[in-house]
Design a protein around this ligand. Sequence first.
Ligand SMILES: Cc1cc2nc3c(=O)[nH]c(=O)nc-3n(C[C@H](O)[C@H](O)[C@H](O)COP(=O)(O)OP(=O)(O)OC[C@H]3O[C@@H](n4cnc5c(N)ncnc54)[C@H](O)[C@@H]3O)c2cc1C
Length: 399
Amino acid sequence: MAEQSNFDIVVVGAGPAGLGFARAMQGSGQQIAIVEKLSESVLANPPEDGRDIALTHTSEALMRDYGMWARLDEGRIGTIRDAKVLNGTSAFALNFDARKAGADYLGRIVQNHEIRRTAYEVIKDDPHVSLLCEAEVATVATDAGGARVGLADGRRLHGNLLIAADSRFSGVRRKMGLAADSLDFGRVVIVCEMTHELPHEDTAFECFHYDQTLAILPMAGNVSSVVVTLPADRAEQVMAMSDAGFAADVAARFEGRLGAMHLSSPRHPYPLVAVLARRFVGHRFALVGDAAVGMHPVTAHGYNLGLSGASLLAAEIREALERGGDAGDARALKRYEAAHRRTVLPLYHGTNALVRLFTDDRPPARLLRGAALRLGTVVKPVHNRILNKLTEIEGHVRS
Ligand SMILES: Cc1cc2nc3c(=O)[nH]c(=O)nc-3n(C[C@H](O)[C@H](O)[C@H](O)COP(=O)(O)OP(=O)(O)OC[C@H]3O[C@@H](n4cnc5c(N)ncnc54)[C@H](O)[C@@H]3O)c2cc1C
């Protein structure tokens, strides 16, 4: 039988959340193993995947703290100063202006593969982190003696805590018997980047047309991230359109606001399935990132929640270590679960309700969303609460 390797923490998944957790633990002295099925050369140079990630002020601050921001090309980072929500052909728009929250901008936009690259770079030379790449998890178990992970190649790992950071379809979560509820929207999101004739003026648009949703997010220069959400049975047809045909269709749906538009990246389709684990922790076991909550991307919270959750879990573990406990300390895990669920639940259910309202074409829903947009604009406290959440600067919105 292969010899057992001992660590303090075993993380499965070297995505943005798993790597973010390892970075948040830096300096704690804990020995961390990260098991990842991809090769290390892919982690060092992740392929472009079409996802442009809208980041809150909190995520930007964490990425600066972790040394990730300094490794990004500033010239390629987008800035959202203003966001507008448009409803069908109605001229009525819900408007979020960063200046009203006393902030210079609502958020920043960075390509997902750049987030992955920088997350890898800040842990790769850490002597306390062992990356076990091209490895498959075969068995997992935890008990009073610790957490045990068996790899498909026969290697055996032991730690005080096991963390699943292996995506919304987490195999480790399932193997550990933690149930999750999933919601298949029957829709597909197609993402890409496009150049355009006219400047976007750092404004993000979410346009709810009756058959499909179009989000246009400002990248650096005359480039935007384009997110088209449509019923799954139409996605293949849209993916089969020529680049020029697709670009002309997006420009027309956006009513020429950005002038002529051209594709500047491949199109990537993602099926839309939201997932919420019923518990975020078990005995010597915790979920982080999408393994805990896989959000619908319309409100751009997935990575933001993954990063803040990973940093929260790391802070609780550090406190437990100071109290003389170990990384699997039950009280620390419970506190992480309680605090993270308080943040996650309203966002998860709120996002799903918003998606249902804005993708329902029946007349009552059309009426209701018109009313919801008006309510958001006219009723200041509602509007201000949304704006504060975007900038995460509490109490700063001027009425
Ligand atoms: C189109 C789109 C747009 C988005 N836009 C935004 C946005 O604007 N803002 C935002 O905050 N979020 C956004 N998100 C969400 C964000 O991309 C995710 O929340 C984030 O990538 C999740 O990170 P993760 O590390 O939890 O999981 P993942 O990125 O899925 O990484 C999981 C890792 O685990 C590895 N793995 C899986 N199974 C195993 C196994 N059995 N053994 C070993 N390794 C394994 C995988 O190879 C991978 O490296 C968007 C998502 C999509 C699809």
